[in-house]
Design a protein around this ligand. Structure first.
Ligand code: F6R
Length: 602
């Protein structure tokens, strides 16, 4: 958040705006203002109100300032890691959302130039790089543009500088940022919720753009060649509540739509940590993938990826079953990769504590830096999905999958069990996923909404898939069941003839997941078995699979995607279906009954 006024103190405006952004992250908060040639900075770990109680933001002087509420990606939540970050001489302050991928390299360069770093964040390099460019005598804007050009990764940035205290500079790449155009003041924020009570006129910045914001004007430029961009504000007829959800009626839908962005963020892993986890996994004798609920489904999919790409056998296991089932065979040669978006699930932590006491190696994948899982893991990877407010896991599931896929690829390279061309092909397809996801959500939304209308009164659903799609079937079942309260079962389709088929009779709706992979032929057989018993067949399959389309009562066509990545794409119609079924049935999709976002009881 940033604000510049024609004389009014900004501290209170920034504080109120920051409160409205708290839903985006809340592990630490901070503010920087400029008054009479001095930069004032206050920041600390904790929620905004807690930090304010300790530090009192409101007495910060000045009519220009920036503020931030953090959701850690690099460096645990702490006072030094909180934003804003400053340069060596406290002349400028930076707030940043996103991930700077080349921060290690930039940091080394700046350390050689005697810059003093105080935090463990990637953001701090931006402050020092800007300082370095200013030292060369460049103007604030030109130093800023030259700084931005050196960054790779994602960023929404806002910066203030004592030397030119009448402007806020901003930049955008793959993270949202908007300028709010008010009377007597201008705003900048990562979403309109921050300033909607002050103004409903907003200018949305695009990737690769930088902007200069003063009390009365804004100028936008393309960073790479300095071309001026003209863009008028749009008028947002949003309430604060609508703005927090970016115009979506519920967080769950907003989070489903956010997935192309969160997948891109999850592709920005720090290489050194991926290598570390790979090293530990490769050394293990017995390897367990441990999780609960949706995260367990990500582990199921991962076991197929590890096996097919890296020829590594792993055991996906439900956390609450782990101790009873495998506890007695755990030893120093056991490696456990725990997957938990919250990093706080009691079943997971309980199993890990048991294993830790038996000298097993604990690794983690989580969305929350500073969570217990990050503290007890030997090494961990972050999902970078941002906070998920909807109780049902959506964007955190797909980001777990893409993190696991990268790990599987690195393991494949290390173990050298598959051909280079296969690895290259997988890598190419992996990087296509965010764009595929962005298109498919838009493409299938309307037809899934129709399906939800059609099937909203059903008493029961069956979900079937094979291979990788077993994980999709399980996750589709969980999503639909927990949001719509319609009882559902899911099986690996090969198992359907061993029992579940007995409940199939006329008009029972059965969902089949049938991408164009090695499982297709067998699935076609399973569809015929169910059809013969009168079931209604609803298929999620490849867009151009005419044969499948013809034997299905309802059909959702999907783009082609690498077999091992199919759950990331094929789960999307189920997330949407779960959401729309809940809406059709008059339920709150954000808060399904009896469930909590983080299950901290055994
Ligand atoms: C389902 C859901 C839960 C969680 C489970 C594990 O939509 O949200 O099943 O997946 O409670 O949570 P984490 O990943 O935080 O360990």
């Amino acid at each position: 958040m940033g604000c510049i006024t024609d004389g009014r103190a900004v501290a209170n405006i920034l504080y109120k705006s920051l409160k409205r952004l708290e839903y985006r992250g809340y592990d630490s908060a901070g503010m920087a203002t400029i008054s009479s040639g001095t930069l004032y900075v206050k920041k600390d770990q904790g929620k905004i109100d807690e930090v304010n109680e300790r530090l009192n933001f409101n007495d910060m002087p000045g009519s220009i300032g920036i503020a931030h509420t953090r959701w850690a990606t690099h460096g645990a939540p702490s006072k030094v890691n909180a934003h804003p970050h400053t340069d060596c001489n406290n002349m400028l302050a930076v707030v940043h959302n996103g991930v700077i991928e080349n921060f290690m390299e930039l940091k080394r360069e700046l350390l050689d130039l005697n810059h003093k770093f105080v935090s463990k964040t990637d953001t701090e390099v931006i402050a020092h790089l800007l300082e370095e460019n200013l030292r060369k005598g460049e103007s604030f804007f030109s130093a800023f543009v030259n700084t931005v050009k050196r960054l790779s990764g994602s960023y929404a940035l806002a910066v203030v500088y004592v030397g030119e205290p009448e402007k806020i500079l901003v930049a955008k790449q793959d993270m949202p940022i908007l300028i709010g155009v008010g009377d007597g003041g201008m705003f900048v924020a990562s979403d309109a919720a921050a300033f909607i009570e002050e103004t409903n006129k907003a200018v949305i910045l695009q990737n690769g753009e930088v902007a200069i914001i003063t009390t009365k004007s804004y100028e936008i430029y393309r960073a790479k060649d300095g071309t001026r961009v003209t863009r008028s504000p749009i008028v947002l007829n949003w309430t604060v509540d609508m703005a927090e959800k970016q115009g979506f009626p519920h967080y769950t839908l907003k989070e489903i739509f956010e997935q192309s962005i969160t997948l891109k963020s999850a592709l920005r892993l720090q290489d050194a940590y991926v290598d570390l986890l790979t090293e530990f996994l490769d050394r293990g004798e017995k390897i367990f993938l441990l999780a609960a609920g949706t995260s367990y489904h990500a582990c199921l999919a991962a076991s197929y990826m590890f096996s097919k790409l890296a020829r590594l056998t792993t055991y996906p296991v439900i956390a609450s079953e782990f101790v009873d089932n495998y506890g007695h065979s755990i030893d120093i040669n056991t490696v456990i990769l725990a997957v938990s978006q919250s990093g706080e699930t009691a079943d997971v932590l309980n199993a890990l504590e048991f294993a830790r006491l038996r000298a097993a190696t604990i690794l983690g994948i989580t969305n929350v830096v500073g969570s217990t899982l990050t503290r007890i893991s030997r090494a961990y990877l972050l999902q970078n999905a941002g906070p998920e407010i909807g109780v049902a896991a959506t964007k955190t599931f797909t980001s777990q999958l893409i993190v696991l896929a990268q790990l599987a690829l690195r393991l494949a390279k290390k173990r050298g069990k598959i051909a280079q061309f296969e690895m290259d092909e997988f890598k190419d397809r992996l990087y296509e996923v965010p764009d595929i996801v962005s298109n498919i959500i838009e493409d299938v939304r309307a037809s899934v909404q129709d399906l939800a209308k059609k099937y909203a009164k059903e008493k029961f659903f069956l979900f079937l898939g094979r291979g990788m799609s077993t994980a999709t079937a399980f996750e589709g079942r969980l999503k639909v069941m927990e949001l719509s309260y319609i009882p559902c079962i899911a099986y690996s389709a090969g198992e359907s003839k061993h029992g579940p088929i007995s409940i199939v009779e006329k008009d029972v709706p059965v969902f089949f997941i049938c991408p164009k992979d090695d499982t297709r032929k067998a699935i076609l057989g399973n569809i015929e078995e169910m059809k013969a018993r009168g079931a209604r067949i609803i298929t999620i399959g490849s867009k151009d699979d005419r044969e499948l389309m013809e034997i299905s009562d309802d059909y959702i066509g999907m783009p082609d995607v690498h077999e091992l990545l199919s759950p990331i794409v094929y789960v999307l119609p189920f997330q949407l279906l779960a959401y729309y079924l809940a809406v059709e049935r008059g339920l709150d999709p954000d808060k399904p009954r009896n469930l909590a976002k983080s299950v901290t009881v055994l």
